[in-house]
Ligand binder design. Structure first.
Ligand code: GLN
Length: 495
């Protein structure tokens, strides 16, 4: 078989089981693709020795007929996941040299399911950003380009390395995390599938914390079937994370029938934003028609508090981040600043944090500290929490009225140019998350499915938002949309 790295998880799994290829061959194909794709800056720590060792072990298991579900499938892991003995820096200078003594639950579960880790993937520093430009390793690059223009585009963020790697076939799939859109927005920018499951589906243990009440891990894959396969391996109850749910994990792949007849799909009027590009509006309309044609009932709905979601998110997420990031003090992990004669512990904290954190992280820590301060706690943080409850209730109301899933655009634009936003007001960058943050605030599952190309030939995604814990049903609706949209485009290789 040729081009093994271009296979989906399902194709590779089936080929392995039929003895048509080996995990070592798949892994070597991915490692070679990674070596040839330095220009994408997607992998920031490569682990070829670990990969080949696990691939060999997987081949033995496959031969003995005792192969778990993801046995032998090579994947990438976002740098936010702690991986034992392997650098895990959350793309921050402050974690330089940090090699965890433990493995995150999600990456452990993937390893237990037989998946082969190829290395760690680029991301925005501490997962704060929408363009991968806040990474201490420099940004990853989108494999897609606008027509014949060779300007480098962002793969989105924060899981930009994961997105670029999957779209460029450097790995069969990758993990991502999503606090406000970091799986769905980059997936949309590179034409792949990404699902953020219900809050509590995946254990957060061993994933570097950004905003603990919003963070969730999820798969970034070449198609919906792969998302189902990988999500099943990633989720499940973990006693080490008190917010992880004690619920059985269904066989998500078995739920992909493509039959959505009678399902009620809500179209929220508040997601029709002023100034939204016509192409996005048109795509949304087409997606609606596709679901209708597949037998779903389309219903106009209202989520009245949507306009408060972005400001609410940008109070709650920095508040939690400022608290979570207080642990990086130069004492326990990673980087410690060189101190001058007479410096005490306060200077050590200050200098270490000033050197170790990038600008965006510092901005979030300052905003977070401010909204949590005694004088402003009620005015900002508590108020944001109340609005969050209203946003959640908007969704509860429409689900209670019989809506099964909600269709929206995934992003307000296609991938933008690297550097295009650097001089802009940071709020411009935050606007990228306008369609995704509501889902994190409400703790719901959301999936981004590639559904078309814009005039410049760049991928555009649609988002489906589901009822809590009903990822299987949501993935099935996504599967029906995927079948109807028939998105098969791939970026032309220039790297
Ligand atoms: N772009 C959003 C932010 O900067 C979301 C990030 C994420 O989901 N990790 O906060």
């Amino acid at each position: 078989m040729s081009d093994l790295n271009t296979l989906t998880l399902a194709q590779a799994r089936d080929a392995l089981r039929k003895g048509e290829t080996t995990s070592v061959a798949l892994t070597e194909a991915c490692l070679a693709a990674i070596e040839g794709a330095g220009a994408l800056n997607a992998f920031v720590h490569k682990t070829p020795e670990i990969a080949l060792e696990r691939a060999q072990a997987a081949d033995v298991r496959l031969q003995s007929g005792d192969a778990p579900k993801m046995c032998g499938l090579p994947i990438g892991i976002k740098d936010l996941f702690c991986t034992k003995g392997v650098p895990s820096q959350a793309a921050s200078h402050i974690l330089e040299g940090f090699k965890p003594e433990y493995e995150s639950t999600v990456s452990q579960q993937l390893a237990d399911a037989g998946a082969v880790m190829l290395g760690k993937l680029n991301m925005d520093e501490f997962a704060m950003g929408s363009s991968n430009e806040t990474s201490c390793y420099g940004n990853a690059v989108n494999p897609w380009r606008r027509g014949n223009d060779d300007a480098a585009l962002t793969p989105g963020g924060s899981s930009g390395g994961s997105a670029a790697a999957v779209a460029a076939d450097l790995c069969l799939a990758a993990t991502g995390t999503d606090t406000g859109g970091s799986i769905r927005q980059p997936a949309a920018f590179v034409g792949i599938t990404g699902i953020k499951p219900t809050y509590g589906r995946c254990s957060r243990w061993g994933i570097v914390a950004f905003a603990s009440s919003l963070d969730q891990a999820g798969p970034m894959t070449k198609d919906v079937r792969d998302a189902a396969i990988m999500l099943e391996a990633m989720c499940g109850h973990d006693p080490k994370d008190s917010t992880s749910a004690e619920l059985a994990v269904p066989d998500f792949e078995a739920m992909l029938t493509g039959d959505i007849r009678g399902k009620v799909i809500g179209i929220p009027r508040e997601y029709r934003m002023d100034g939204m590009p016509e192409e996005i509006e048109a795509l949304w309309q087409q997606g609606t028609e596709m679901l209708r044609a597949a037998g779903a009932e389309i219903r106009d709905i209202s989520l009245p508090h949507t306009k408060y979601a972005l400001p609410t998110y940008y109070v709650i997420a920095p508040a939690e981040a400022s608290s979570n990031l207080a642990r990086y003090d130069g004492v326990r992990y990673g980087h410690r600043a060189k101190l001058a004669q007479g410096d005490g512990i306060t200077e050590m904290y200050e200098k270490t944090r000033a050197e170790g954190f990038g600008h965006e992280v510092q901005r979030r820590v300052m905003v977070g500290t401010y909204v949590l301060s005694a004088g402003f706690y009620d005015a900002y943080y508590n108020r944001a929490r109340k609005v969050r409850t209203l946003i959640k209730k908007d969704f509860e109301d429409v689900f209670a009225a019989g809506v099964d899933a909600i269709l929206t655009p995934a992003t307000p634009s296609a991938a933008f140019g690297l550097g295009e936003m650097t001089d802009a007001d940071p709020v411009q960058m935050y606007l990228n998350d306008v369609f995704t943050v509501t889902v994190n605030l409400a703790g719901l599952p959301g999936v981004s499915v590639p559904a078309g190309l814009d005039k410049q030939g760049l991928p555009l995604g649609l988002q489906l938002i589901g009822r809590p814990w009903e990822e299987g049903d949501l993935l099935n609706t996504a599967y029906a949309l995927e079948q109807a949209a028939g998105f098969v485009a791939k970026p032309a290789k220039w790297w």
